[in-house]
Design a protein around this ligand. Structure first.
Ligand code: ADP
Ligand code: TRP
Length: 321
């Protein structure tokens, strides 16, 4: 079984990304052959800063490896290292009805957020379909926001198979992480870099712990019981603390006598400790400058070998060979 997913290189990884995307991807390495890539072509739909793109790709690669992506088990590569994906995207675009793309909400959402309405942004789901179909992927783990893109991918694959022969493309199944609760940000909304409410997973201790002190709380006095419903501190603490420590914090809320400052301190400690192994791994990786390049190069070779096979099959089916 082949599992494939892509992540956009778009800035510092935060706790929401970790629990929503990285951790599930790392866990799935036990269940099949993982193909994981850094979606740098996709990132071009929202940034036009070459230095930032290069930096973000490198940072994401380091972060992903530090979080447990194992390059001896999984194929890890950057999207643009396999330019064949563009040829498949073109072929797919010739069978993709306009109406299918016009229905996609991510385009409208992004334009309404101020991203330029380019053709690339509009056609993005076709490139994403090519990302998936180029590797005969069986399972594609994604967040809820990508569900529609997986439907588009299947629709395009069905169209191409109808036109040029069953079996030309493999139909992928999404693994939608419905169960991953949305990680809350420091202000109680969904954690997202667009809301400036994130808790990055890597960075300087003092600065990061200080961010936790920014969590918005009510004005209940130290000695009084505190609400446990919709508590940002408790929601975040649950992700990092042991069950016993979490239960202790809940009862400290209910009893009263502990202030929010104390809860935040406990949260900061638990968070710092949780990511300690990843931080150590990250330091090891950055101490060896050639390592990441080598991993991505070897991954690209393996990905490209697979891509060439599939693309040849498609070229023959459509009459390009
Ligand atoms: P952001 O909202 O910060 O821009 P992205 O949209 O780039 O994050 O998300 C990248 C991945 O991380 C997606 O798979 C998304 O589902 C996941 N993700 C992002 N924020 C959260 C969150 N607050 N809770 C759970 N998963 C999240
Ligand atoms: N569109 C995805 C996102 O924004 C990233 C992505 C690109 C992807 N190609 C993919 C995810 C292929 C899964 C499969 O998060």
């Amino acid at each position: 079984m082949r599992i494939l997913t892509g992540l956009q290189p778009s800035g510092k990884l935060h706790v929401g990304n970790y629990f929503g995307a990285m951790e599930p991807a790392v866990r799935l390495q036990d269940e099949g052959e993982g193909f994981y890539f850094i979606a740098d072509y996709h990132a071009m739909t929202s940034t036009q800063d070459p230095a930032a793109l290069r930096e973000n790709v490198r940072e994401l690669a380091v972060d992903f490896l530090a979080c447990g992506l194992d390059p001896s088990r999984s194929v890890f590569f950057r999207q643009s290292a396999v330019p064949e994906v563009n040829e498949l995207a073109w072929i797919l675009s010739t069978v993709c009805p306009m109406s299918l793309l016009e229905k996609c909400h991510s385009y409208k959402d992004k334009v309404s957020k101020g991203i330029a309405a380019s053709h690339g942004l509009f056609a993005y789901p076709v490139l994403m379909a090519a990302d998936i179909l180029l590797y005969d992927s069986n399972k594609v783990p994604v967040g809820k926001d990508q569900k529609q893109h997986l439907e588009v991918t299947r629709d395009i694959a069905v169209k191409l198979n109808e036109a040029f022969g069953e079996g030309t493309l493999v139909l992928p199944d999404p693994i939608i992480r419905e169960d991953t609760a949305v990680v809350v940000g420091l202000d109680g909304q969904k954690m997202s870099k667009s809301y400036n409410n994130t808790l990055p997973i890597f960075g300087q201790e003092k600065e990061l712990k200080k961010r936790i002190m920014r969590i918005v709380t009510d004005s209940t006095a130290v000695e009084d019981p505190k609400p446990t419903e919709n508590s940002t501190i408790l929601a975040l603490y649950k992700l990092f603390a042991s069950e016993a420590d979490y239960d202790a914090m809940v009862s400290d809320h209910q009893r009263g006598g502990c202030g929010y400052g104390d809860f935040k301190k406990r949260l900061a400690e638990a968070y710092w400790e949780f990511f300690a192994p990843m931080r150590a791994r990250r330091d090891e990786i950055t101490a060896d400058p050639g390592y990441v390049e080598e991993v991505l190069r070897a991954g690209a070779d393996r990905a490209r070998a697979e891509a060439t096979k599939v693309l040849d099959r498609v070229r023959k089916a459509v009459g390009l060979r």
